[in-house]
Design a protein around this ligand. Structure first.
Ligand SMILES: C[S@@+](CC[C@H](N)C(=O)[O-])C[C@H]1O[C@@H](n2cnc3c(N)ncnc32)[C@H](O)[C@@H]1O
Length: 339
C-alpha cells in the first residue's frame, strides 16, 4: 500500500500540470483559428449578418467544416448566431472595424511576432533584435490609427487626466520622439488645427508608413516625419512640448535622447513620458514575465516605473511637474527648467 502513495501523488501532480497545459493549449489553438479566419477576410465579411450559405460560399469550405468552425467561434464569443444567420459579436465587430484604435489584424500580427521571439529567446543565447519588418509590426500593434474612437480617447485625456498635453500641443511646436506610425501625433493634429509637429522615427520602413498616413490625412503641411536617430535632431529652444516613446529606446541611446529633448524644448517646455509596464497585479504576472523576456531580448529596458522614469529624466536636467494617473496608465510630466 505505502508503495502506492508516491505514484498516486505523482498522478495528482501530473493531473494538475495537465490542467494548466489544457488551458494554454486551448488558448493557443483558438488564437491560431482566429488568425486564420482573419487572414481569410472573415472578420470583414462577418461585420454584417450573413446567411450560413453565403458564408459557405465565401469560405469555400464544406458545410460540415464550416459548422464546426462557426461553433468554435461562437463558443469563444467571437460570433453570434441566430437561426441560419451569423455575425461578429458586438465586441469583436468593434475590434475588427476600421474605426478601432488598434485593429484586430494588427494585434494578431503583434502576437505572432512575440510568439516567434519567445521561441528564439529559449533556443539561442543571442539578442533578439527587431528587423525593420518586425519594427513595423510592433509600431502598428502599439500605435493607434486616426479614427473617431482614438480622437475620443485623446479628448478624454485632454479634458481628464492630462490637461497639460492639451495645453502643450496648442502652445507651440510639438516633438514626437520615436513616433512609430505617428498615431498619437496624427490623431492630435486632426483635433487641434494649430498643431505643428516634427515626428522622428529611426526605422525607414516605419517612418515611410508614418509619412504615408500623414499624406493620406493631408497633414503634410503641419506634420513633418523625419527618418533620423532622435539623438541627431539638432534643433534648439523651439518646441513647446514633446512625447518620448521611452519603452522602445535602448539604454545606450537614452541619455543622449533626453539631452536632445532638453535642448530642443523651449525653456519651460514640457516632456511627456508614459509608464508602459507598471508593476503587475498577481494575475497579470505570467503575461508580464513573457513580455519582459522579449523586450529585454530587444535590448530595451522593461518595466521602468513612473518614479524611475522621473528620476531618469531629472538626472538629465528636467524638473518633475507631476506623475499623472490617466485612463491610459500613468504619465510623467517634466519641464525644461527656465534658467
Ligand atoms: C513603437 S513607436 C511608439 C508608438 C507611437 N508613440 C505611436 O503613437 O504610434 C516607438 C518607435 O521608437 C523608435 N525608435 C527607437 N529608437 C529610436 C531612436 N534612437 N531614434 C528615433 N526613433 C527611435 C522605434 O523604431 C519605434 O518605432
Amino acid at each position: 500500500m505505502t508503495d502506492d502513495v508516491q505514484p498516486l501523488e505523482r498522478l495528482a501532480l501530473a493531473g494538475k500540470a495537465r490542467q494548466s497545459l489544457k488551458n494554454w493549449i486551448a488558448g493557443a489553438q483558438f488564437l491560431a483559428l482566429l488568425a486564420a479566419i482573419d487572414e481569410q477576410g472573415w472578420t470583414r465579411f462577418l461585420a454584417e449578418p450573413r446567411d450560413l450559405d453565403a458564408l459557405t460560399d465565401f469560405s469555400g469550405l464544406p458545410p460540415a467544416r464550416l459548422r464546426d468552425l462557426v461553433d468554435a467561434l461562437e463558443a469563444h464569443g467571437v460570433v453570434e448566431r441566430q437561426d441560419r444567420t451569423v455575425r461578429l459579436s458586438a465586441p469583436f465587430e468593434a475590434l475588427a472595424a476600421d474605426d478601432a484604435m488598434i485593429g484586430l489584424s494588427d494585434l494578431l500580427a503583434g502576437a505572432t511576432l512575440m510568439a516567434g521571439k519567445i521561441r528564439a529567446a529559449a533556443q539561442s543565447p543571442g539578442a533578439l533584435p527587431l528587423t525593420d519588418d518586425d519594427a513595423l509590426v510592433v509600431a502598428r500593434a502599439v500605435g493607434g490609427r486616426v479614427t473617431p474612437v482614438s480622437r475620443t480617447l485623446y479628448e478624454n485625456l485632454f479634458t481628464g487626466g492630462l490637461p497639460e498635453l492639451a495645453g502643450a500641443v496648442r502652445a507651440g511646436r510639438w516633438l514626437d520622439v520615436g513616433c512609430g506610425i505617428a498615431g498619437a501625433t496624427l490623431t492630435m493634429a486632426t483635433m487641434v488645427p494649430q498643431l505643428r509637429a516634427v515626428a522622428v522615427e529611426l526605422v525607414p520602413l516605419v517612418a515611410a508608413e508614418a509619412t504615408r498616413r500623414t499624406e493620406a490625412l493631408d497633414l503634410t503641411d503641419r506634420v513633418e516625419v523625419r527618418c533620423v536617430d532622435a539623438r541627431d535632431v539638432d534643433e534648439k529652444d523651439t518646441f513647446a512640448g514633446a512625447f518620448w516613446a521611452q519603452p522602445f529606446f535602448p539604454e545606450s541611446a537614452r541619455t543622449a535622447t533626453l539631452d536632445m529633448i532638453l535642448r530642443a524644448l523651449e525653456p519651460g517646455g514640457l516632456l511627456f513620458v508614459q509608464e508602459m509596464e507598471p508593476e503587475p497585479q498577481e494575475s497579470d504576472r505570467p503575461a508580464y514575465a513573457l513580455r519582459r523576456l522579449v523586450y529585454q531580448g530587444w535590448g530595451v529596458p522593461f518595466g521602468r516605473t513612473a518614479e524611475q522614469l522621473a528620476a531618469e529624466a531629472e538626472s538629465a536636467g528636467f524638473a518633475l511637474v507631476r506623475i499623472a494617473p490617466t485612463d491610459f496608465g500613468r504619465f510623467v510630466i517634466l519641464r525644461r527648467p527656465v534658467e
